[in-house]
Design a protein around this ligand. Structure first.
Ligand SMILES: Cc1cc2nc3c(=O)[nH]c(=O)nc-3n(C[C@H](O)[C@H](O)[C@H](O)COP(=O)(O)O)c2cc1C
Length: 204
């Protein structure tokens, strides 16, 4: 291991999901630097299936957060959650998305993917697009951390992609995958445990 690889290991190891931010905005230049890191991720067939949307228009972001929160509340109540609890959880989700200093939506598209006649290979091709997009987001997360920014991946777009596509007027083939919240961390986040290597690794 060289000094450089130790530096990389430290960036990887010290990155944490940050969910509370100071109010300062994140500049366009910073967001572009994160996007630049994202686009150098590896991807299946080098198809680069990722697409990103910076949620710049505050009113549009609030409308999106509100529409998603309404759907979240409906889903929670359909699952049997009491109305008050569903309302509180939906309100928290709405505030989180509305108030983060910057939000990037990560999408994928399979428009350049191989087309297969059978469901199994089509599913594998889609999985590769998901995997490739996740790698691009990891590049983004690590670069944000190294730049002193906090970030958190939110999975909520997966649960109501049609609302996200409609509210942001996205091309119909863009599949929303995740929001990335960004900002200067309000406080140092705690480090969740990791499973020990022995639990996740086998040698064959
Ligand atoms: C696919 C994926 C989905 C996630 N969804 C959410 C989410 O919806 N809300 C949230 O607060 N954190 C979410 N996270 C962040 C995880 O909770 C976090 O990475 C995990 O608890 C480990 O903590 P760390 O990132 O600080 O190491 C998600 C992370 C990933 C990779």
């Amino acid at each position: 291991m060289t000094a450089n690889s130790n530096w990389l290991a430290e960036v990887i190891r010290s990155r944490r999901s940050v969910r509370h931010f100071r109010r300062e905005p994140v500049s366009h230049a910073t967001i572009e630097a994160l996007m630049e890191a994202a686009r150098w991720a590896p991807s299946a067939h080098n198809a680069q299936p990722w697409r990103f949307v910076v949620l710049e228009d505050q009113q549009r972001r609030r409308d999106l957060a509100h529409a998603m929160a309404s759907r979240f509340q409906t889903d929670l109540q359909a699952d049997g959650a009491p109305e008050g609890e569903a309302l509180a959880r939906a309100a928290r989700a709405e505030a989180r998305l509305s108030e983060a200093p910057a939000v990037i939506l990560a999408c994928l598209t399979v428009q350049d993917a191989q087309v297969y006649p059978d469901a199994q290979r089509a599913a594998a091709e889609h999985a590769m697009a998901v995997q490739s997009t996740a790698l691009a987001v990891e590049n983004l997360l690590l670069t944000a951390h190294q730049a002193g920014l906090g970030a958190c991946w939110l999975c909520s777009p997966l649960f109501c992609p049609e609302i996200v596509v409609r509210e942001l007027d996205l091309p119909p083939k863009w599949e929303p995958q995740a929001f990335i919240l960004l900002g200067i961390p309000e406080r140092a986040p705690t480090a969740p445990e990791r499973r020990p290597l022995a639990d996740i690794l086998v040698w064959r």
